[in-house]
Design a protein around this ligand. Structure first.
Ligand code: LLP
Length: 444
């Protein structure tokens, strides 16, 4: 997090709060989210993309009522992909007109809920969905339901196979090359109860190379041109090109992701130039960052429970450091070979760094949190470890595997930041409060 420092005796401080105090109050494992960090990343995207409304935070990265309130407060829009996320957003008071609903298999109930609450856009993903929507919006000709079309732009994103989404051989969107995307536009435009407001592309996640987004922008503008040639009136309603989420973040010091403003500049330039050349009104460029907003500002604090040295082939030793969470609160290492950075959080140490692997408490050997790291030789039972950049897709993908309760999530704000009520602890103006309580045996 941007607000992380070390106290004089070397303990990690988050927004001015000592990791030892935080875990003494809230237990471990503990996910600590720095409110100022989260909000400042919202602002970075808002500044880059010409206003907060153009930035749809992807709720799938991490959503709870408190986050919804921060987003509403920052003026962002919100991308949800299930009725669960939609309901949470609405119950926390998020304005429906700033919500877009995604999903490759939305149920009738989810579509009906979106229509009934008059949300900002439904992003249609299949011909079946358009047909199902047709039945739901027969009486909405005077107040048509806003729709975007999800387009498969045929970009091979350089990321893990499971999180790349714009190549042809996967489940999302309408193919551009196969002509399905243009046909989807025809079918939407034929329904008076729907209003085609935008085209949407999402090429994948944890992407560092901006060229994939640029190719996507170019191809989506091409589709816009095709649609407007056939349906000139559509030029007035298609006011948005949504280029999805996917901007990567640094999990290790080797990672060097582009900044939002660098990405925005080139995308807005491409869309503006190509639309002007084609004589099209220039639509607004929107994005849907999840990881890049939620990821960096959270750390997970674990307590060390067991340390075991294992001799490897060649005589090297690997130290297995077991912590009190694991793949139930962070499955990304096991699922995507994700890399994380870990640091001793409860004190400083000058001891020699030892090749280590941080593992969890679950009953399988794939339960790895940090595959390869160096931790001080004097690491001891009861020490706290902090794993960085766990704000996106960790709690969101958490489970109760082995009947392990989910950890608490605590929001910390330094002096002068934040503004939410309710404080569990305070130190020098910094506050911490539980935004998701730790699960209990009764919950299980
Ligand atoms: N928009 C759409 C339509 C998406 O499908 C996604 C992510 C996003 C936006 C946000 O992408 P982001 O900016 O967060 O990269 N569980 C995986 C990531 C799956 C992403 C799914 N869709 C992981 O832990 O890496």
């Amino acid at each position: 997090p941007r607000g992380a420092t070390r106290s004089q005796d070397g303990a990690l401080n988050l927004a001015g709060l000592d990791a030892r105090d935080l875990t003494a109050r809230h237990g471990t494992p503990l996910m600590v989210i720095d409110e100022a960090d989260f909000r400042s990343r919202c602002q970075d995207f808002a500044d880059a993309f010409g206003g907060a409304a153009s930035v749809h935070y992807a709720g799938k990265a991490f959503l709870c009522s408190e986050i919804v309130r921060w987003l509403a407060d920052e003026g962002l829009s919100l991308d949800v992909c299930t009725s669960g996320e939609l309901r949470l957003a609405l119950r926390a008071g998020f304005p429906p007109e700033r919500i877009a609903l995604h999903g490759s298999n939305k149920s009738d109930a989810e579509l009906a809920m979106a229509v009934q609450h008059r949300i900002g856009a439904i992003v249609v993903d299949s011909f079946h969905e358009i047909a199902r929507l047709a039945g739901l919006v027969e009486d909405r000709a005077s107040d048509p339901v806003p729709v975007m079309i999800r387009v498969t732009v045929g970009v091979e994103a350089h990321t893990h196979e499971f999180i790349a989404t714009a190549h042809e051989d996967q489940k999302f969107g309408f193919s551009l090359t196969g002509g399905d995307a243009a046909e989807a536009a025809r079918r939407v435009l034929a329904l008076s109860g729907l209003r085609l407001i935008g085209l949407h592309s999402h090429i994948g996640s944890q992407i560092f190379d901006p060229s994939g987004f640029e190719v996507a922008a170019h191809r989506v503008v091409g589709l816009l041109r095709t649609i407007v040639e056939e349906f000139p009136a559509a030029a007035d309603t298609i006011t948005t090109l949504d280029l999805g989420g996917g901007l990567g973040i640094a999990y290790t010091s080797d990672d060097d992701p582009p900044a939002p403003d660098v990405m925005a500049k080139s995308l807005i330039e491409i869309v503006t130039r190509e639309c002007q050349l084609a004589g099209l009104t220039v639509p607004a460029v929107m994005v849907e960052p999840g990881r890049a907003i939620a990821g960096p500002g959270t750390v997970t604090l674990y307590e060390v429970g067991t340390i075991k040295d294992v001799t490897l082939d060649g005589g090297l030793t690997r130290r297995y450091v077991s912590v009190d969470g694991g793949m139930s609160d962070n499955i990304r290492t096991a699922l995507y070979d994700a890399e994380y950075t870990v640091t001793l959080a409860s004190r400083s140490s000058d001891a020699t760094p030892v090749l280590s692997r941080v593992v969890g408490k679950h009953c399988e050997s794939g339960d790895i949190v940090v595959r390869e790291c160096y931790l001080p030789a004097d690491l001891a039972i009861g020490d706290l470890l902090a794993v960085a950049a766990t704000g996106a897709y960790c709690y969101a993908m958490s489970s109760n595997y082995n009947r392990v309760p989910r950890p608490a999530v605590v929001a910390v704000s330094g002096q002068g930041t934040g503004g939410s009520a309710g404080t569990d602890g305070a130190a020098g103006g910094a506050t911490d409060r539980v935004v998701l309580r730790r699960e209990t045996d009764d919950d299980l």
